[in-house]
Design a protein around this ligand. Structure first.
Ligand SMILES: Cc1cc2nc3c(=O)[nH]c(=O)nc-3n(C[C@H](O)[C@H](O)[C@H](O)COP(=O)(O)OP(=O)(O)OC[C@H]3O[C@@H](n4cnc5c(N)ncnc54)[C@H](O)[C@@H]3O)c2cc1C
Length: 435
C-alpha cells in the first residue's frame, strides 16, 4: 500500500497573496463526490484498509441532504432526515480511516496505471478512481425559484415527496415521459395535479400511451402554452404564476408543492472525452461499475441507469468499493506473482469445469519440478481469474500457456503436451533440462 506522502513543491506570489502549492499526495483510492454513492464506496474501501480519500466540492451527503424526510431508505420505519442519514454515512466512513477533502475536482487524468485527480492546490495520485459526482436537477430559472428550492415547496422527486402531498394540490412542470409518469404517480396521492405544458393542446413531449392516460386521468389538469413566470409565497411556496405564451396573460395557481421535471444534468463536465458517456452525458458502466478504463469505476446518479435513489446509489457504491479493492489486489498479484521477474514463468490457463484442461495440472507441476528453481508455475482458472486472463490478452481458451522471462510474455501456445512444454522452456532457461 502506498504511503500518504505530501510534497511541498513551491510557493506562488501573485502580488496580494502567497499561495502554497502542494502536489502528489498518493492514495490507493480517490473518490470524487461525497453523496450516498461516494460515501458507501468510501466505507467499503476504508474497511478494506485501502488508503482512501474522498473529495467533495459542496456538502458531504450530496443531494440527499436537500430533503427533510427520507421515508424509503430501508432500516428507518419512521423515516429519517436526509442530512441525519448522511451524517451517519459520513461518520461510518471516517471510522474506517477515510480522509475527506472539501474542494472541487478540476480535472482528471485516468488512462495511465497511476491516475491523477487535480484540485486547485493538489494533485492526487491513485491506483483507482471512483467517480461518484452525481447530478443536479435542471431548474426553470424563473423569478424567486431559488427561494423555494427543495424543502420550501419546489421538489424534484415524486417518489420522495408524494406521500407528503396526500389530498393536496400540486403542480408539475414539464410534459416529457418523466413529468407525465411522475404526475400520474402523484395523482394517486394529491387531490389535483396541475400540469404546465409549454406546447399547444394536445401536444406533449411524452410517449403517446402516457399522454392518453394523463389526458384521461380526472385528477390531472393540463394548462397549455404556459411556462413559469415566477414563484410566490412567504417562507414556503404558495403560488406558481404561469405565463400564457400565446396571450401573454399571467395566471396564478395556488399549490402546496411544485414538481419540476424538465430534466436532470449529470456532473460529468470534467469527464468529457475521458469516460464513455451516453447521449445524455451520463457515465456508462457495466454492472460491476467498471467504466471501461481499468481501475476507474463510476457509481450512483452519475451513471446511466434506471432508478436514481439513495438505495440504488448505496448498492452502486458498494459494488464500486469492492471493485476497487479487487482491482488493486489483482494488480499486485499480477505484477508480483503472475508476471514475476525472478524465474522463467510458466502460466497455465485452465478451466475448473473442463476435465481435460484440469487433468493436465499435475503434469504442469511435474514439469516445474524438473526445472528445479529455474521455472515458476502459475495456474489461473479461466472463470475465477477472468480479469487476470483479460490482463494477459482477451478471449483466452482453457489450455493456453504463456511463457514469460523478466516479467514479459515471450511466447504463447495452445500445445500442452509435455514434450512441447519442455522444449519451449528449454529455449528460455540457462541450462536446459536433459542437457
Ligand atoms: C430534493 C430531493 C429529494 C430526494 N429525496 C429522496 C428520497 O426521499 N429518497 C431517495 O432514495 N432519494 C431521494 N432523492 C434522490 C437522492 O438524493 C439521489 O439519488 C442520491 O443522492 C444520489 O447519490 P449520489 O451519491 O449518486 O449523488 P449526489 O447525491 O448527487 O452526490 C454527488 C456529490 O458529488 C459532488 N461533486 C460533483 N462534482 C464534483 C467535483 N468536480 N468535485 C468534487 N465533488 C463533486 C457533489 O457536490 C455532490 O455532493 C432526492 C433527491 C432530491 C434532489
Amino acid at each position: 500500500m502506498l504511503e500518504d506522502t505530501l510534497q511541498l513543491v513551491g510557493i506562488l506570489d501573485d502580488g496580494d497573496h502567497l499561495h502554497v502549492r502542494t502536489a502528489f499526495e498518493q492514495y490507493d483510492v480517490v473518490i470524487i463526490g461525497g453523496g450516498p454513492a461516494g460515501l458507501t464506496a468510501a466505507i467499503y474501501c476504508g474497511r478494506a484498509r485501502l488508503n482512501t480519500i474522498l473529495i467533495e466540492k459542496a456538502l458531504v451527503g450530496g443531494l440527499a441532504t436537500y430533503t427533510n424526510e427520507i421515508e424509503n431508505f430501508p432500516g428507518f420505519p419512521d423515516g429519517t432526515s436526509g442530512l441525519g442519514l448522511m451524517e451517519l454515512f459520513h461518520k461510518q466512513a471516517k471510522k474506517f480511516g477515510v480522509k475527506f477533502k472539501l474542494t472541487d475536482v478540476k480535472s482528471v487524468d485516468l488512462e495511465e496505471e497511476t491516475k491523477r485527480v487535480e484540485t486547485f492546490r493538489n494533485i492526487y495520485e491513485a491506483k483507482t478512481v471512483i467517480v461518484a459526482s452525481g447530478g443536479r436537477p435542471r431548474i426553470t430559472k424563473a423569478k424567486n425559484e431559488e427561494k423555494y428550492l427543495f424543502d420550501k415547496g419546489i421538489s424534484f422527486c415524486a417518489t420522495c415527496d408524494a406521500a407528503a402531498n396526500t389530498d393536496k394540490t400540486v403542480m408539475v412542470i414539464g410534459s416529457g415521459d418523466a413529468a407525465i409518469e411522475e404526475g400520474m404517480f402523484l395523482s394517486k396521492f394529491a387531490k389535483e395535479v396541475i400540469v404546465s405544458v409549454i406546447h399547444d393542446e394536445p401536444k406533449m413531449d411524452c410517449n403517446e400511451i402516457a399522454r392518453d392516460q394523463a389526458l384521461a386521468n380526472p385528477k390531472m389538469r393540463m394548462v397549455w402554452n404556459t411556462m413559469v413566470e415566477s414563484f410566490d409565497g412567504d417562507e414556503h411556496l404558495e403560488r406558481v404564476n404561469l405565463k400564457n405564451l400565446k396571450t401573454g396573460e399571467t395566471e396564478s395557481f395556488e399549490v402546496d408543492t411544485c414538481f419540476e421535471f424538465i430534466g436532470y444534468e449529470p456532473n460529468t463536465e470534467i469527464f468529457e472525452n475521458k469516460l464513455n458517456m451516453s447521449k445524455r452525458k451520463y457515465v456508462i458502466t457495466n454492472e460491476k461499475m467498471e467504466t471501461g478504463i481499468p481501475g476507474v469505476f463510476a457509481c450512483g446518479d452519475v451513471r446511466e441507469k434506471e432508478l436514481k435513489q439513495v438505495a440504488t446509489a448505496v448498492g452502486d457504491g458498494a459494488i464500486a468499493g469492492v471493485g476497487a479493492e479487487r482491482y488493486i489486489a489483482e494488480t499486485e498479484m499480477f505484477e508480483n506473482q503472475i508476471m514475476q521477474k525472478e524465474r522463467i514463468g510458466l502460466i497455465y490457463i485452465y478451466s475448473a469445469i473442463d476435465a481435460p484442461s484440469r487433468e493436465l495440472l499435475p503434469m504442469m507441476q511435474e514439469i516445474e519440478g524438473e526445472f528445479d528453481d529455474q521455472v515458476k508455475l502459475n495456474v489461473i482458472d479461466q472463470y475465477k481469474g477472468k480479469s487476470l486472463c483479460d490482463r494477459l490478452g482477451c478471449d483466452i481458451e482453457p489450455m493456453t500457456i504463456f511463457y514469460t522471462k523478466n516479467g514479459e510474455v515471450m511466447d504463447t501456445s495452445t500445445r500442452v503436451d509435455k514434450k512441447s512444454v519442455v522444449e519451449s522452456l528449454n529455449k528460455l532457461v540457462k541450462r536446459p533440462v536433459g542437457a
